[in-house]
Ligand binder design. Structure first.
Ligand SMILES: C[S@@+](CC[C@H](N)C(=O)[O-])C[C@H]1O[C@@H](n2cnc3c(N)ncnc32)[C@H](O)[C@@H]1O
Length: 457
């Protein structure tokens, strides 16, 4: 349930004059803290509120909370003990139902199965999405009147990655983003089911043109160190943005990485590709070998990462060290040479999200290399990089600034090739110089790498 200070903050984000007749939607209303905060904030305006809650026990408590607010709101808020997805999808499909002027949401967070009824209902209104929270926000938007405002607290995972792309596109076609608030403490706010999830409060305006977005931060729900600044729309929603990614810059740091800073190039502009490691080990089980042997070539896993490089082979690890090189496996292999590799998965305890390593052909013996599926590999059309570029990429990806920047637009613990494609890099010349510096300073500590990259900013 939303703590009171967050509920009050969210209610305060509905700025601008109140319409004569306010129609408020609270979907997944729980015990009513958001509706209560809204009514408290806008006391004096007559408010007709609809609070959806499908759990009968919670709905009973909701009824009690809202009943008490009838005088303040000017009429008794209605509790609708229904499944919001069913009710809203029905209304949206029929083009019926109330056109809300305001929606305030802390929706449920639960995956929606591909074959489930919720998935089918959402699909029927044109929303292909994988989680109830994005389903709720999409449906609430659909039920808003033109100019209507929506404020929701939701996991940040919707901002990037392919799964939420249809939701982002659905949302951005209907509304402009007005405000984004981030909590910067990693574990203070809403740890749901122990899953690492950063949350964002988003304020949207239905049917409006996208203008500057206010971006604010606070460490936690005391809002003691609240800061906000306007950001040009292009910083949040870059112009060339087929994936509809939403970047949330929170610090001056972000200015280095936006479209005009020194680190502004995408990999595609640098002629560098990044791919998920093509060797899915259980599919190629018969071809894997515990240790190198004639006819086999190195197979690299995350377990081979060691201090920014690769240690191979490692006797006694659970994973195989080699894969046989045959006509059948050749299509999964890359020619041996220099590459940069990044782990796809980190655990929530790990300090860094991006963990990168240089593959140096001097460390891995064989004509070809296998990259296992839990790695991302940087290459040029499936051929090796030059040594300075491989080293430059790894040094750059290993900086504290890049890791922090990456976290700003990535709320989950995975680092996928798509994420790396949207990240910004220095140009080829700067990467080459950085790589040469990194080669000469192989054991450079973190702060030395950070300082070296800062000199390029
Ligand atoms: C994360 S809680 C938030 C509660 C409240 N909005 C708050 O901020 O305190 C989400 C609520 O949605 C309710 N819920 C889950 N699925 C629902 C559905 N399909 N329709 C309506 N309510 C639902 C849950 O019972 C839960 O009370």
């Amino acid at each position: 349930m939303t703590p009171e200070p967050i509920a009050a903050f969210m209610a305060g984000l509905f700025d601008g004059p109140m319409p004569g007749r306010v129609r408020l939607l609270d979907a997944g209303a729980g015990e009513g803290s958001l509706t209560a905060a809204f009514i408290a904030r806008w006391t004096g305006s007559p408010i007709e509120a609809h609070a959806y809650e499908c759990d009968p026990a919670i709905a009973a408590r909701l009824q009690t909370t809202l009943h008490r607010l009838a005088d303040q709101a000017g009429s008794a808020p209605q509790v609708l003990m229904e499944d919001f997805v069913q009710a809203a999808a029905r209304m949206a499909r029929l083009g019926q139902g109330p056109r809300y002027t305001h929606a305030i949401l802390n929706p449920p967070y639960r995956k929606i199965g591909n074959g489930s009824q919720h998935r089918a209902l959402l699909r029927a209104v044109g929303l292909e999405t994988v989680n109830l929270y994005s389903g709720f926000v999409g449906l609430a938007l659909e039920l808003l009147a033109p100019g209507g405002r929506l404020v929701a607290i939701i996991p940040r995972s919707f901002c990037n990655g392919p799964y939420y792309q249809p939701f982002r596109s659905f949302m951005l076609r209907r509304a402009a983003i007005r405000h984004l608030h981030l909590f910067t403490a990693r574990d203070a706010v809403f740890r749901r089911n122990g899953v690492l999830q950063e949350n964002v409060i988003i304020s949207l305006e239905r049917g409006a043109d996208q203008g500057p977005v206010t971006v604010s931060t606070s460490t936690d729900d005391s809002f003691a160190d609240y800061e906000s600044r306007p950001c040009p729309a292009g910083t949040i929603l870059p112009l060339h943005n087929p994936g509809c990614f939403i970047h949330i810059p929170t610090e001056a740091l972000a200015e280095q990485f936006d479209g005009s800073g020194p680190f502004r190039f995408r990999l595609v502009e640098l002629g560098i590709d990044v791919s998920t490691g093509p060797v899915v080990d259980f599919r190629l089980r018969d071809n894997l070998r515990p240790m190198p042997e004639p006819g086999a070539v190195p197979l690299l896993y995350s377990s081979h990462f060691s201090a920014g490089g690769i240690r191979w082979p490692i006797a006694g690890i659970k994973k195989p060290n080699a894969i046989v090189h045959t006509q059948a496996t050749a299509k999964y292999l890359y020619p041996n040479g220099f590459y940069a590799v990044v782990r796809r998965f980190s655990s929530k305890e790990e300090k860094r999200r991006i963990v990168a390593a240089v593959v140096d052909p001097g460390d891995v013996l064989g004509a070809a290399l296998g990259f296992e599926n839990h790695l991302n590999v940087f290459h040029r059309r499936r051929t090796p990089l030059s040594e300075p570029i491989a080293r430059g990429l790894v040094a750059y990806l290993s900086t504290t600034a890049v890791d922090r920047y990456f976290r700003q637009f990535n709320g989950h613990t995975q680092v996928n090739a798509t994420d790396l494609r949207t990240l910004r890099f220095p140009d080829i010349e700067a990467l080459t110089q950085l790589g040469e510096w990194a080669k000469a300073h192989r054991d450079a500590p973190q702060d030395a790498i950070d300082r070296q990259v800062q000199t390029m900013a």
